[in-house]
Design a protein around this ligand. Structure first.
Ligand code: SAM
Length: 330
């Protein structure tokens, strides 16, 4: 297994970024130089996911999505005062989904396990809690598995694909784009084949021939105003019983003004779940654009918010323009 984690500290942030950005520079000709929008010309697009090698891959399921996005809303400045970036699909999300479902390293994050960790000057192993439930139907005494997505945008593909394997999935983003997100979820709900779907916010349930259940909901959650006080926290964010809670965020580190509100939201959610006796952790995918923004983000997360930030060092990720980080409380 080639995957390793590297725990960053206030000294190793710079070495990590130097190595990543030197690689990107060296391979500038073969790596796409665009901003990272999946399609800048199509209002509807198709995304397919399948194992790279069907004979050897641990997962056989394939997924096919038809998505609608709004290039005009992306370019409008009035509709949404904070950000209009979520109206289109960004490449970090399909990359992460393909990696999580089908790569050997992604598999450890889905079923849980230990990964070697470089924690300078020594090394150790890090225990990763499972994001996915076991597919056994004797679910009564099993841990509950919940995923919260921050800054999900309109595409909805993570919740539908991962919804096949977890007990509860909550999409969150700014209010203005949630209707378009709901339309994409409804349009693609047949790709959630392995569980019965219930929802209080989508306006429909979906029956399958299995006793397994998933609750999927969509919640307006703005990092600028979020309050994780237990008396204020939205009931949709609460797991039904003791849970592994994975907070996933794809391509939400791109603007230095959003770093602080995003990290305040993330760390207060992690603290809330831990205080309530759950097992929280976070997975963050960053499209490596402006080095200063990523540097500021890592400094703020590690020095100001005292979060443990691990780089996922996997040859599959290293040859791309993405960075994947595993984050937890100290
Ligand atoms: C670059 S887009 C990525 C969208 C989606 N994750 C994807 O990969 O396609 C950044 C996302 O962060 C969300 N965002 C920006 N500011 C936010 C805020 N203050 N609160 C919540 N979400 C925010 C945007 O609405 C948008 O969906």
């Amino acid at each position: 297994m080639d995957v390793k984690l590297k725990l960053l500290n206030e000294d190793t942030i710079y070495e990590h970024l130097f190595e990543r950005y030197s690689f990107l520079q060296k391979h500038a000709e073969s790596l796409k130089q665009d901003l990272g929008i999946v399609s800048r010309s199509d209002a509807s697009l198709e995304l397919n996911f399948e194992p790279p090698d069907k004979k050897t891959c641990h997962r056989a399921e394939t997924f096919s999505f038809e998505l609608s996005q709004s290039l005009s809303a992306l370019n409008s400045s009035q509709d949404n005062s904070n950000s209009t970036t979520g109206y289109v699909v960004w490449t970090t999300t399909p990359f992460f989904l393909q990696w999580l479902l089908y790569s050997e390293a992604g598999r450890i994050f889905t079923i849980g396990g230990s990964i070697d960790c470089e924690d300078e000057p020594s090394s150790s192993t890090c225990e990763i809690p499972a994001m996915f439930s076991s597919s056994s139907i004797e679910i009564e005494d099993q841990q509950f598995h919940q995923v919260i997505e921050l800054g999900c945008g309109v595409c909805g593909i993570l919740g539908i694909a991962l919804g096949n394997y977890v007990d509860k999935y909550v999409y969150t983003d700014q209010k203005a784009l949630l209707n378009r997100l709901k339309n994409n979820i409804a349009h693609n709900i047949d790709e959630l084949r392995l569980r019965n779907v219930t929802s209080t916010t989508l306006g429909f349930d979906s029956r399958r021939k299995t006793p397994l259940q998933i609750q999927i909901d969509v919640l307006s959650l703005d990092w600028e105003t979020f309050n994780a006080n237990p008396t204020k926290i939205d009931s949709l964010l609460k797991p039904n019983r003791t849970a592994n809670v994975s907070i996933v965020s794809m391509d939400v580190v791109y603007n230095e003004y959003l770093i602080e509100p995003y990290l305040k939201t993330l760390s207060s959610l992690l603290e809330y779940y831990e205080r309530m006796g759950h097992v929280p952790n976070a997975l963050l995918g960053i499209q490596l654009r402006d080095q200063d923004v990523v540097e500021r983000f890592l400094e703020c997360a590690i020095i100001d918010y005292h979060l443990k930030v691990y780089v996922i060092m996997d040859p599959v990720i290293e040859v791309t323009r993405f960075g994947l980080y595993y984050i937890k409380l100290q």
